[in-house]
Design a protein around this ligand. Structure first.
Ligand code: CA
Length: 416
């Protein structure tokens, strides 16, 4: 699909994250006003709640679904309603539409610069996977040696754990360095202290748009995914190293999970579908993809020390994943595990083959042994207090891009 021109000029720049082809869904407020559902276009946010209330654009003819500070009720309507709504909104914003429509949109929209963005959906449950082969290999090599890097199940199962929905916060929320129980290799006894190896994990989050209460196929799973956000799974490595056996991550991952504020829909990403890499081992039938279900999404991480300029510390791509979100979701439901609208599935840290493709500081500094030198001259092994981490991503079209916006977090010192 080619570039779609809008009558709103700010949506037509080659580097604009939010052209007409994108139309991501978020929740915003202005001043002391209510939280409202909005759609990003160029440098503005269309007030979807207002358009619905005015009867100008309705997702459901019989019920208000956008009179809430989240998109869950809209997602509940299902795929046909999602498509109809997107088509109708696209028509209203397309170049050449009647000026009466343009005037209505201007009335029911605000400049993005004046808005505060909130969590775009109510997070029902949060599951985090571990599906980048390069990431799993890097981490496994550090902890178990190169010969035992990948656990024996890894090529067969999208490994995951049940996280905490309550940990999910929107981009911009300050992150306080966590305390935890820590016991290093040279320590005689564990101690309770602020994490000294606080880290990021660059991930993509898939948002489940349809509930299920039985095992579903990979194809059905793909259809049930409403959209994607960029996700930072903040991780306390020293806490993780001491606590993770035998049941996996717990407090090391419970502090916060930051997501970008705009849900980029599966519909907008459709032209960027790509296949998972060749299988090193054949998959069991229920995990085979009937077609390309991954996406080509360029991702990067910037680190800015307090008051300092940003250094780009990672550039990678979602197409590096070994398992797609559809495979993860199919596996998740294979036990009969029920899914709800608003469930969030983290991809797992996205790393590629080269050093600069690594999506965590643990890998970038090789466990702290190979410190990074920032453009400011400062050294980093892990995240320092007052560092700001910015995760970004976009799918590159011909003359346009489908941007995710930014997933930002600044780390505050541990509380006393
Ligand atoms: Ca993770």
């Amino acid at each position: 699909m080619g570039f779609c021109r809008s009558w709103l000029d700010s949506a037509n720049g080659r580097d604009c994250d939010f052209p007409l082809n994108n139309l991501p869904y978020g929740v915003f407020s202005v001043g002391d006003g209510d939280l409202r559902c909005g759609v990003a276009i160029g440098d503005r946010i269309v007030d979807a709640t207002g358009l619905e209330a005015a009867g100008l654009l309705r997702a459901d003819p019989d019920a208000d679904v956008l009179d809430a500070p989240y998109w869950n009720d809209f997602m509940e309507l299902g795929r046909n309603a999602w498509s109809r709504y997107r088509a109708a909104l696209t028509a209203m914003l397309a170049d050449g539409v009647d000026e009466v429509v343009q005037d209505a949109i201007i009335i029911h929209s605000v400049p993005m610069a004046e808005a505060v963005l909130h969590l775009p959906f109510r997070v029902s449950e949060f599951t985090d996977f571990y599906s980048s082969r390069h990431h799993a290999t890097n981490v496994g090599t550090m902890f178990r040696g190169a010969e035992n890097a990948l656990p024996p199940n890894w090529l067969h199962i999208p490994i995951g754990y049940n996280g905490r929905a309550s940990s999910v916060v929107v981009s911009g929320t300050p992150i306080t360095r966590p305390h935890g129980q820590i016991k290093g290799p040279g320590d005689d006894a564990p101690r309770f202290a602020p994490s000294a190896r606080f880290d990021i994990e660059l991930e993509l989050g898939a948002i489940i748009g349809q509930a299920s209460d039985r095992p579903i196929s990979v194809a059905e799973a793909f259809e049930n995914i409403f959209g994607y956000v960029i996700l930072n799974d903040w991780s306390a490595r020293d806490v993780q190293a001491w606590e993770y056996q035998p049941l996996g991550p717990f407090q090391a991952k419970a502090t916060a999970t930051t997501i970008s504020p705009w849900i980029v829909t599966a519909a907008a990403l459709e032209p960027f579908r790509t296949s998972t890499p060749a299988r090193a081992e054949p998959l069991l039938d229920y995990l085979n993809e009937p077609g390309p279900m991954l996406y080509d999404i360029a991702l990067e991480v910037g680190l800015s020390p307090d008051g300092g300029t940003e250094t780009l510390i990672c550039q990678t791509n979602y197409n590096e994943m070994y398992f797609s979100a559809a495979q993860q979701l199919a596996h998740h439901t294979s036990s009969g595990c029920p899914m709800r609208v608003g469930d969030l599935l983290g991809s797992g840290t996205i790393s590629g083959p080269e050093k600069h493709n690594r999506g965590s500081l643990l890998e970038l500094s090789w466990g702290g042994k190979e410190p990074l030198t920032l453009d400011t001259g400062e050294i980093r092994c892990f995240v320092e207090d007052r560092d700001t981490l910015v995760l970004r991503g976009h799918a590159q079209g011909d003359g346009y891009r489908i941007g995710f916006g930014s997933c930002v977090g600044t780390v505050r010192p541990a509380s006393q």
